[in-house]
Design a binder for this molecule. Structure first.
Ligand code: 0X9
Ligand code: ZN
Length: 508
């Protein structure tokens, strides 16, 4: 029997040990709160403060994952709040660095092993591609699925499914895996699936942010960003869904490395978003989904500001509603959730002409394991629908559209005439058209230069007003061509030929 004094020391020791064990959790304390938001302007103000908006931002209440003085900042800005009754499941990861056990959820290693096993089991249909490497040197993997003979595949519509830009949204990797299993598991057995796999090329990237997922599953379950040390300062991590290079900037994103919506040092500063960019530039997808959690939503671009005109609005709304019907999710414009620049969809659509959707899965970042199967089943249906539609509905700025360049030239010229006539030019619409045209003529997107040729043919016929607005397009394309040549993204000879033609048109 220990003495009373020894028992006392033991109790003290145990208390100290408990305190020590609790420390890593306490240091990472965060609270999920509902902030009262009376208007869309309130929601936008919260997003602009660089706060971590967790769920459906609605007029009424906006859910925020608050930490490190966030609540004080929210109060100082004049908002009131209460704690969120549905705190989400805090899955305490192993604090001691042992192998993570994510239960039914895939770890990074399990995800990679499953993709490789699928490719091995279906060598005629699937292969694994390493599309990039994360900052911590993990592979970013894509599974490519296609059933047609190789020579026919180049002509077929291509669809991209991506998961897990955000570390803590574990369910976002499960749906892409479920899509892969559905397509490969039912090929040759289910006529509809066989037809889809034979008629399309499907790319599946279950984990865009492997470093973040690993960290969330081993150290800090609420981690959102990647693990970029950001130059070795106090804070780390970049929000990959603020790092895409379309309208890159500050709305709904932060320039502070400590913020959970830090957009990074510049557009596409991160290897993981660069990997997606390179894949899209190469493959010219017609449709895509990026999976996130949570909110039971189907979102469509643009998300960088309220009421940004979208030339493909009708197609987006129709497809989003149909997929909303199949999942039970609400279809809405991204900015209606909250305006935020630099998300994947804005770039995939605005710059690449992809009908790009974001799904907010379920009601928690990490739903209970019993919910994984029903969430995947509903979302697989929506994915199959999109794979089918990708052959029928194509965005107006997709490079495969023969009218893409001509359509944009005509619309931009019309807007220029309108601007010359009226006092209030349609500035946003003009910017949109001009950006879209520059993206089409970007040397990295304009394979053999056919679009530049088409543009230069039209150039010769522009009147004075048209010339003034088109001048800025051609100057931008010139700058992009020089940058692409200098960075080795295009062949030096090809770059020189393009520049010669551009300079001749500009009279240089
Ligand atoms: O904020 C995000 O990146 C996404 N929500 S999440 O809770 N999964 O982080 C939504 C992005 C939607 N796009 C815009 N609002 N621009
Ligand atoms: Zn997310």
């Amino acid at each position: 029997m220990p003495t009373a004094a020894a028992r006392g020391r033991l109790v003290l020791l145990a208390a100290l040990l408990a305190l020590l064990l609790a420390l890593p959790v306490a240091a990472a304390a965060e609270t999920i709160i509902d902030v009262a938001t009376k208007s869309r302007a309130d929601v936008a103000r919260l997003a602009d403060m660089g706060l971590d908006l967790a769920e459906n931002a609605e007029i009424g209440a906006t859910t925020v994952v608050a930490r490190d003085g966030d609540i004080e900042r929210i109060e100082q800005a004049g908002f009131t709040w209460r704690s969120n009754p549905m705190m989400g499941r805090v899955r305490l990861a192993d604090r001691f660095g042992r192998a993570p056990d994510a239960g039914l959820y895939h770890t990074v290693e399990e995800s990679a092993a499953e993709l490789r096993a699928l490719a091995k089991a279906h060598p005629k249909l699937a292969r694994v591609e390493v599309i990039g490497k994360s900052i911590e040197k993990r592979d970013i993997l894509a599974l490519r699925i296609a059933g047609a003979p190789a020579r026919r595949q180049a002509q077929q519509p291509k669809v991209l499914f991506m998961g897990l830009h955000h570390a803590r949204e574990w369910i976002a990797a499960e749906v892409p895996h479920a899509i892969a299993n559905e397509l490969l598991g039912k090929y040759g057995k289910d006529p509809k699936i066989t037809e889809l796999v034979n008629g399309r090329v499907v790319y599946i990237v279950p984990v865009v942010n492997p470093d973040g997922l690993h960290w969330s599953q081993t150290s800090y379950s609420y981690w959102r960003k990647n693990r970029n040390p950001n130059g070795g300062g106090k804070y780390l991590g970049v929000d990959l869904n603020r790092n895409y290079g379309y309208k890159f900037g500050l709305t709904g994103a932060s320039s502070s490395p400590g913020s959970d919506t830090y957009h990074g040092a510049g557009p596409f500063s991160e290897p993981c978003s660069q990997a997606v960019k390179a894949l899209c530039e190469r493959e010219k997808f017609t449709a895509s989904v990026s999976y996130h959690s949570y909110g039971n939503l189907v979102l469509h671009p643009f998300g960088y500001g309220y009421n940004i005109p979208n030339p493909d609005q009708a197609s987006f709304v129709r497809l989003a509603r149909a997929m909303g019907g199949l999942t039970g999710y609400k279809a809405q414009n991204s900015a209606e959730l909250y305006p935020a620049m630099g998300d994947s969809d804005d770039w995939l659509y605005g710059a690449m002409g992809i009908l790009a959707f974001t799904f907010e899965l379920g009601r928690q970042f990490v739903p209970n394991e019993s919910e994984i199967a029903p969430i995947c089943a509903a979302n697989v249906k929506a994915a199959l629908y999109l794979i089918e539609e990708a052959g029928k509905t194509v965005a107006s700025n997709h490079p495969s559209r023969p009218d893409a360049v001509r359509g944009r030239i005509a619309r931009l010229n019309e807007l220029a005439r309108e601007a010359a006539r009226a006092a209030a030019p349609a500035v946003t619409a003009m910017t949109l058209e001009r950006d879209g045209l520059c993206a089409l003529l970007d040397p990295c997107a304009d394979g053999d230069g056919a679009r530049l040729e088409e543009y230069l043919k039209a150039w010769a016929r522009f009147d004075e007003t048209e010339r003034s607005v088109q001048q800025s397009v051609l100057s931008e394309v010139k700058a992009r061509t020089m940058a692409a040549r200098d960075a080795g993204r295009i062949d030096a000879g090809d770059g020189a030929r393009r520049l010669e033609k551009i300079k001749a048109a500009l009279g240089e």
